[in-house]
Design a binder for this molecule. Sequence first.
Ligand SMILES: [Zn+2]
Length: 380
Amino acid sequence: MDFKELERLINLDAFTTDKAGVDRNGAVYAQWLQPLGFEVERYQRELIGDHLMFRSERRPGARLLLLGHLDTGSPAHYSPRFTEDDGWVYGPGVCDMKGGNYVAVCALRNLHEQRGRIANVDLLLVSDAEGGSGDSHSLTAALAREYDSCLVFAAAGSRHEVVTGRQGVAAYVIRLSGRSFQAGSLYTQHTNATETAGWLASALIALSDPERGSCVSVARIGEDGVAAKVLPEVELLVEVRYSSIPERERLLGEFSELLDSSNLRLVDIEISGGIQRDVMAPDMEQADWLEQIEEWLGYPLKTERRTATSDANIVAAEGVPTLDGFGPHGDGEHTRKERARKASFVRRIDEVTRILQAFDDQSELVEESRKWLEKDSLTH
Ligand SMILES: [Zn+2]
């Protein structure tokens, strides 16, 4: 295959905060997908790129959501242009996630070429995934509920693994307000916000349980100050990562117990934040979806779990069977060395094409039996 179209995409900057750049990328997908019969639903945004939902024709039967993102994690000034050699393509987004989106587009084109139309398969491309999907989160969650299953186009593993699990992440800002005073006095009264924050930070970090895949980390932000003066306020940035729902419950439960501790009674506490992307954990429905795909392909797929989150977390949290990693294999995401393997594009496009064909055959069957039942009820 040639990579001219991908080159065009890669050379359009699309850092999350570059609205014009992200929208220019979105326009390319619209130009490619409208001729295949997709309607574009545009969720306009002022400060970030528009989120785009590409909808195909509706029929009775199961619905499949394909999910990617328009933005990249590399600012324009930082990014090299597209290059290629015999084995690899290079450039910002070649695997995360312009390359993955391109796999989806090529597979949809193949399906359209074979069937002359596409039904019940939609593609959602959000504009802010690299910024944590703060804006698109609720949109993705709401749209996801319309679907029976989902494929996400993050990079494949090095042996073409698909991703069955991703950690959940919750993030908080805790502001502790004590009293300001000259160093050397009042040390027994626990009104010292710095001292209290130190105690709280180590208690929070101690909730980590690496064996169960949980990690709590704390970054402290204080104002500029001098050691001779105790600052009245300290802010803690807290990030909680977990690999299962029981661990989420344990961590958040113990977290709120800590905040009730008597050690904190003499300072004021303000807390904001919450779950950013909930855990994606393997379950029965996902296992069935994977088994169905393996049956369609005729061979098993290797699987892996990752610590990093993606928008797959959001869809999976809505109870939709979700598999991630359907993009090409690559590495160096968000760095100058981002690259993706050419052969991997060929493999993934072939696989996703066959998945879409089999999915379409299945909904064709549903459609035929519906028509047959209708006819049957008319003749009786
Ligand atoms: Zn990324």
